[in-house]
Design a protein around this ligand. Structure first.
Ligand code: FES
Length: 99
C-alpha cells in the first residue's frame, strides 16, 4: 500500500486537500486533479512550474532544482515537477498564470 500525503491548496476558498502518493511528484498530482499549473521541462530546469510552499517539507530526491534561483528558494518557492511530499504540505497558487 503506498502511503499518502496531503497537499492543501490554500489559495482556494474553501481550501482543497489533495491526496499525493509518496512516489508521485507534486506536479503529477496537481495535473491529475485538474489544478491549473504551467510546466514545460518537467525536470527542474526551466522554472515555469514555480510555486510557493507555505507549510511542510518537500523532497527533490536525486534531482537538482536548477530552475530555482537562490532568491526564489529563500522566498519559499519550490519546483513541483521534481518534488515529492515529505510531509503533508500547503501551497500557494502556482506563480505563473495559465495563458
Ligand atoms: S516544469 Fe520546468 S522546472 Fe518545473
Amino acid at each position: 500500500m503506498p502511503q499518502m500525503k496531503h497537499i492543501k491548496l490554500s489559495f482556494l476558498h474553501p481550501p482543497r486537500d489533495l491526496e499525493c502518493a509518496l512516489e508521485d511528484t507534486i506536479l503529477t498530482t496537481l495535473l491529475a486533479q485538474q489544478v491549473p499549473i504551467r510546466h514545460a521541462c518537467d525536470n527542474g530546469v526551466c522554472g515555469i512550474c514555480l510555486t510557493r510552499l507555505l507549510t511542510g517539507e518537500i523532497d527533490y530526491g536525486t534531482k537538482t532544482p536548477r530552475g530555482l534561483t537562490t532568491k526564489e528558494q529563500a522566498e519559499g518557492y519550490f519546483l513541483p515537477c521534481i518534488a515529492t511530499c515529505q510531509t503533508d504540505i500547503s501551497i500557494a497558487q502556482p506563480k505563473v498564470k495559465l495563458r
